[in-house]
Design a protein around this ligand. Structure first.
Ligand code: PGA
Length: 258
């Protein structure tokens, strides 16, 4: 069974390290009694380092919101996989739609995914359509996002891949504007089929699939149970320790029921 995973994507928040510390300790407290799931926080780079130092060995793991694909050299402004693991990162997000909006193309996302997994970092590949069309063309868009990233992925390391399905139309809204559990279930089946086509059925079955896009305490349970995902990538709700804590508890309970 895949261990459920709930990842906090703090994006460009909060403004100060002091606030980040308060937020993290609130989340850590809420996560302290959870047994069945893995909780991960992805702060900004400047906040990651002091947080990871203060909370080394903590139950709540750390991730980053981006990575670069080279290990060293003349790449001004970039951060390498080795630097991230050295700083205490176990997870990284690649290809988030907000980065794709800043110009990241499938090819660059593929390089980042391959570099992340090769460095034994659990690498979360984000995919998702901007909008849905009645003819289902959005499915081929998602297929291409997944296939282009997985093609050529070093076989030995594919166990480090996590896929986050995040439809852009559902990001940053409220729980009743998110995807329905039924539609999410269709998507998880579809994504596994696409992964099986590029890698193998076994890898497809073993790859965690997360959902992101307005996950809140009001929809977490139904999305988890009926959507058949392995967890969530949470944006705005992860900036409120109690809201995020409630989501963690719901996921932890959903696992207990199985
Ligand atoms: P949201 O963001 O939970 O605020 O919709 C999710 C994401 O962009 O990862």
């Amino acid at each position: 069974m895949i261990k459920p995973l709930v990842v906090a994507n703090w994006k460009l928040n909060p403004r100060t390290l002091k606030e980040a510390k308060t937020l993290f300790s609130g989340i850590k407290k809420n996560a302290s009694r959870l047994k069945n799931i893995e909780a991960v926080v992805c702060p900004s780079f400047p906040h990651l380092i002091p947080l990871a130092q203060s909370y080394r060995g903590s139950k709540v793991k750390f991730g980053t919101q981006d990575i670069f694909y080279e290990r060293s050299g003349p790449f001004t402004g970039e951060v390498s996989p080795d630097m991230l693991t050295d700083a205490g990162t176990d997870y990284v997000i690649v290809g988030h739609s907000e980065r794709r909006d800043l110009g990241e193309k499938n090819e660059l996302v593929a390089h980042k995914l391959h570099a992340g997994i090769r460095s034994e970092i659990k690498t979360i590949l984000c995919v998702g359509e901007r909008e849905r069309d009645a003819d289902g063309l959005f499915l081929s868009f998602i297929k291409e996002q997944i296939e282009s990233a997985l093609r050529g992925a070093p076989k030995r390391y594919v166990g480090n891949i996590i896929i986050a399905y995040e439809p852009l139309w559902a990001i940053g809204k409220t729980d009743n504007e998110a995807i329905t559990p039924h539609d999410l279930h269709q998507m998880t089946l579809y994504i596994r089929k696409v992964v099986a086509g590029v890698l193998s059925r076994k890898t497809a079955d073993e790859t965690p699939i997360l959902y992101g896009g307005s996950v809140e305490r009001g929809n977490a349970q139904s999305l988890m149970e009926e959507g058949e995902v392995n967890g969530f990538l949470v944006g705005h709700a992860s900036l409120e320790p109690n809201e995020f804590g409630a989501i963690l508890k719901i996921v932890d309970k959903a696992v207990n029921k199985k």
